[in-house]
Design a binder for this molecule. Sequence first.
Ligand code: NDP
Ligand code: GDP
Length: 361
Amino acid sequence: MQAQDAKRRVALLTGVTGQDGAYLAEYLLGLGYTVHGIKRRSSSFNTARVDHLYQDPHVGNVPFLMHYGDMTDSTNLIRLMQQIRPTEIYNLAAQSHVGVSFESPEYTANADALGVLRLLEAIRILGMEKETRFYQASTSELYGLVQEIPQKETTPFYPRSPYGVAKLYGYWITVNYREAYGMFACNGILFNHESPIRGETFVTRKITRGVARIEVGLEDTLYLGNLEAKRDWGHAKDYVEGMHAILQADTPDDFVLATGETRSVRELVELAFGEVGRRIEWHGSAVEEIGVDAKSGRTVVRIDPTYFRPTEVDILIGNASKARQKLGWKPKRSFSQLVKEMVASDLAIARREEVDGKDAV
Ligand code: NDP
Ligand code: GDP
């Protein structure tokens, strides 16, 4: 790295319009980075999560810029990298939904597996191996079928979905380019992390949004799949700090980021309804099971088998002691704080929608 480049702190984020991209962009801007984000062309606006960071580039030098791009388009990725010459790349873009990956396996492989290769090759083609550090958004879905609990960096992988299999390629190609070409390329093996801006079809947000809409009277019932699955759920704000820490280490390596606690979907449902003062009683079993609000006697949760996955990941619980020891990283926010924050945020949104709906009548 040249002396003048040593001072440059220019990050390129793929997936900047997603949950993690938005929080990471905000965090890096706070640290003084210039942040470039890649967004997909869409027929409607898809930048709601980062609109508050945007400044009109016409007014002069601004630290946050967005560019059109796509993980399936090598030429576009190479050209952007050539223009921006980032000192750090965070590859967060992905078809990130496990359930959807069973419906769109080929696209998932293209974006989530080959997309990683395209970025790594762009670094190599442009001769940026020594100037650019690379972060790959790997996932606890790599562990899949239980081999060891809690899961850590040395636990064998056994992915259980097209998403998990695509991410397995992304993991290993990152390791391979590190070993083959001496790149500072790292995997963060992140366990589930959530927030008020989590996508609405992931189970945490689906539940907190459903609870809020039932409370406000916009909906009657929350339809869910497997209530027994267990996940290690943390707060996305803590996890993006971990991503940055991984790229600041002295040597490139792979790290698990997790809370070390696990809860079932059922427990999450009970906790979220508890936030609005409702106690859930369960009746029946399997697909006939219902969740009833103890006070009103109303059925508020039903099972919809379409949400069951052909192959499920039963339990995830991570051991992040390597990240704690080598990076000093540990999560700051608790699961109950996370659920409280998400329900409060979704209640505010539902109340606004309720008022808007009345205004429209
Ligand atoms: P999101 O689904 O919120 O964001 C995904 C981002 O990728 C969005 O900006 C999306 O754009 C973009 N994207 C999708 N496909 C393409 C494509 N073909 N080209 C360019 N951009 C694309 O995910 P998260 O922020 O939650 O996750 C970030 C990363 O971390 C993902 O790779 C995910 O798989 C991984 N991960 C997430 C975990 C979690 O619990 N959140 C756990 C472990 C790993 P658009 O907004 O237009 O859809
Ligand atoms: P994942 O861990 O990346 O698959 O994150 P999700 O939030 O999509 O799913 C977490 C767990 O919740 C999985 O085991 C799902 O099978 C389970 N689950 C149960 N009902 C639902 C549902 O309605 N939607 C989603 N997305 N997941 C559900």
